[in-house]
Design a protein around this ligand. Structure first.
Ligand SMILES: Cc1cc2nc3c(=O)[nH]c(=O)nc-3n(C[C@H](O)[C@H](O)[C@H](O)COP(=O)(O)OP(=O)(O)OC[C@H]3O[C@@H](n4cnc5c(N)ncnc54)[C@H](O)[C@@H]3O)c2cc1C
Length: 637
């Protein structure tokens, strides 16, 4: 299948306006004749559900949690980008666009990224109108702070709880529509499969997580907003329930999976501190505004940080990247932290940590100012580590945080299955090989509030729909397959817990498909994943039954999907014989250990289609064409 991104013609800055004009419209009175399923209630799903219902469509919204408010988006800390230029630092839509394309190491579509930068300003207006309590400066304008990969302050924030406040805004808009009867809310439902009828996405199969009942739901279009798949690594900063299952099931039904190997490893997380840990904690990137990253100059220096004098410290980011300093993008900061630890300069018990030090900032601005900016983050750090970051530097290390890969979508956010749209972290669209900080919230809300309301209408207006209902064969067959799989999981009767399998899978991925990769390691990982998967289906133990609330069963289903999906990530990493952004193949680096791209052979999106059980997935290419920015070696010096 030829991958057609359906990028509108015309100058970059006019593409979205022109497209919105050219898209066919659905008459307001006709919208109520169409049903739309939205899966997920994070920022992308919450925003989409509210906006589509506001337009008049009948929306059915599903999520795993007991309340839409508990979606993983609530965890987002640092902020959301927009090109408002309130600070007069010279920001513009063009600069946000350029920073994002460059930050993604030139592996994202120009047209999508430009649209994102344009819409960024509308998002802030919308959220302010909803009452989101963004921080403000002395004159009452919204305040900004800096994030990595940019030399302007363009990040809007609500202390360290920006995701929570934005989600409350989207949730209020969603609940308004629930109150008006336009959104039917289905919490505690897990999508187990996608129903495709006559080549169109027409519904989903879900499990009621409280009663165990399998339900089917039909609609004219399905919108997946199911988040990222970082938990394939077991240890990550993602919420425990984050998973790949909905996307992966859609992949098996015909949606292509794009750039699955593009994973973001965030440089500032609380280091792993034990083998029984099941979750990692992020320390927001905003902390790099004031915190200085350093290690002892001498490898193996075991003195406490206070005992190490200034001239024996290595502020390696500041010296290596004088222009961006501590605010280099995440992939660069993470790789440098690893490099320091590999040289024996890591700190703390495990030696897998570097310092993030606020002493200078506290001396300069006073403790009160620092507390106002980061108080809740400092408190969280102290609760977890028992150390007071006002007194002693934080210790941080990179951890899995975000996934740039996702289901392939065209400019309309439609996948390769007609009528299946994918929004937010679940799609691959805007961040290329590395996402800049504070751009995920921007993208999720852009997709949900401002893109899908137009593009879904364009699809509906030009499509003829046959009548389908949960009584038709497509629904019954898909539901039966979902039930069979549950039965199969429950009947393994093995001896090893699902978590144990998951932990081992995560270790394989971290060791061989993590911050640095090489071909030999990737080949080895592929074999290890296949073996582990075979053992899973022989030896996993899944207690309880399917007619009840059973979290072991839920986890088993998600881990079973990770077992298959991990191999696709490795296949994708092996196919991309270059380094770019978060994909760092050790064979391809510059003399200064930066990622070395191969634009001649790999300036494309790699999209994979499912070929059947135990068959090689098929590779499809979407060439990336840059007409407005010049492809250069990224430099943050
Ligand atoms: C700790 C942390 C801090 C972050 N801070 C920032 C930040 O400051 N700025 C920024 O821009 N980004 C940040 N990010 C990234 C950002 O939070 C996420 O990328 C973004 O919130 C994802 O939103 P989403 O709507 O796509 O998905 P999510 O918020 O992950 O929502 C997924 C939804 O899908 C549902 N779901 C999933 N699978 C199924 C299924 N099978 N069936 C039914 N429902 C399902 C879930 O229940 C949930 O409702 C942070 C991430 C982390 C981990």
């Amino acid at each position: 299948m030829q991958l057609d991104a359906k990028i509108p013609g015309g100058p970059l800055a006019q593409k979205w306006d022109r497209h919105r004009f050219e898209l066919k419209l659905v008459n307001p009175a006709n919208k109520r004749k169409y049903d739309i399923i939205v899966v997920g209630t994070g920022l992308a799903g919450g925003a989409a559900s509210a906006s589509l219902a506001e337009l008049g469509y009948n929306v059915k919204t599903f999520c795993i949690q007991d309340s839409p408010r508990r979606a993983h988006s609530i965890a987002a800390q640092g902020g959301i980008n927009a090109a408002k230029n309130y600070t007069n630092e010279g920001d513009s839509i063009w600069r946000l666009f350029y920073d994002t394309v460059k930050g993604g190491d030139f592996r994202a579509r120009e047209a999508n990224v430009y649209r994102l930068a344009q819409i960024s300003n509308n998002i802030i207006d919308q959220c302010v109108a909803q009452g989101v309590p963004f921080a403000r400066d002395y004159g009452g304008l919204l305040a900004n702070r800096s994030f990595g990969g940019a030399q302007v302050s363009r990040t809007f924030y609500a202390r360290g709880q920006t995701g929570q406040q934005l989600l409350l805004g989207a949730y209020s808009a969603l609940m308004r529509q629930v109150g008006l009867g336009k959104v039917q809310m289905f919490p505690r439902r897990e999508m187990l499969d996608l129903v495709v009828a006559n080549g169109q996405a027409r519904g989903i199969v879900v499990r009621n997580l409280i009663t165990g009942q399998i339900e089917t739901h039909a609609a004219h279009a399905v919108v997946l907003c199911t988040g990222g798949y970082g938990n394939v690594f077991f240890l990550s900063t993602n919420a425990m329930a984050s998973n790949v299952s909905a996307s992966f099931k859609a992949y098996k039904r015909g949606a292509y999976f794009a750039n699955p190997c593009f994973t973001q490893i965030h440089p500032t997380c609380i280091p792993v501190h034990g083998t029984y840990q099941s979750k990692l904690t992020l320390m927001s990137e905003s902390l790099r505004n004031d915190g200085r990253v350093w290690v002892p100059q001498k490898p193996g220096d075991n003195r406490s940080p206070q005992q190490i004098p200034e001239d024996e410290r290595d502020y390696y980011l500041e010296s290596k990247y004088p222009s961006f300093g501590n605010l280099v993008p995440r992939d660069v900061a993470s790789r440098n932290a690893k490099e320091q630890c590999d040289m024996g300069k890591g700190v703390g018990e495990t030696k897998l940590a570097v310092y993030l030090d606020f002493a200078d900032a506290i001396e300069r601005d006073g403790r009160e100012v620092i507390e106002r900016k980061y108080g809740n983050l400092f408190q969280m750090y102290e609760k977890i580590t028992g150390e007071d970051p006002y007194e002693t530097p934080m210790m941080i290390y990179p951890a899995v945080h975000y996934t740039m890969g996702g289901l392939w979508v065209d400019y309309n956010l439609m996948s390769t299955i007609d009528g299946l749209f994918v929004l937010g972290e679940a799609n691959f669209s805007d961040h290329g090989a590395n996402r800049l900080g504070a751009s995920a919230l921007m993208q999720g809300l852009a997709d949900g509030y401002f893109v899908i309301p137009y593009t879904i209408g364009g699809y509906i207006a030009r499509t003829s729909f046959s009548s389908v209902s949960p009584d038709t064969a497509a629904f019954k067959d898909t539901a039966r397959e979902a039930s069979d799989r549950i039965e199969k999981l429950l009947s393994i009767n093995g001896k090893r817990t699902v978590d144990d399998f998951h932990r081992q899978l995560g270790q394989i991925m971290w060791d061989y498909c993590g911050m640095a990769r090489n071909n030999q390691g990737l080949e080895k990982a592929r074999g290890m994943i296949q073996e582990l998967r075979a053992e899973f289906w022989q030896n996993a133990t899944v207690p309880g039954d399917d007619k009840d609330f059973n979290q072991s069963l839920e986890r088993a289903g998600r881990v079973a999907d990770f077992m298959e999906f991990a191999e696709l990530m490795v296949i994708d990493a092996l196919a991309r014989q270059e380094s770019c952004g978060g994909h760092f193949n050790e064979a391809y680096q510059t003399e200064e250990n930066e990622a070395r791209r191969d634009d001649e052979n790999f300036c494309h999106v790699a999209a994979w289609s499912y070929s059947g059980p135990d068959k090689e997935p098929e590779f499809h290419k979407e060439p990336l064409i840059f007409e407005n920015v010049e492809l250069t070696q990224r430099s943050y010096k």
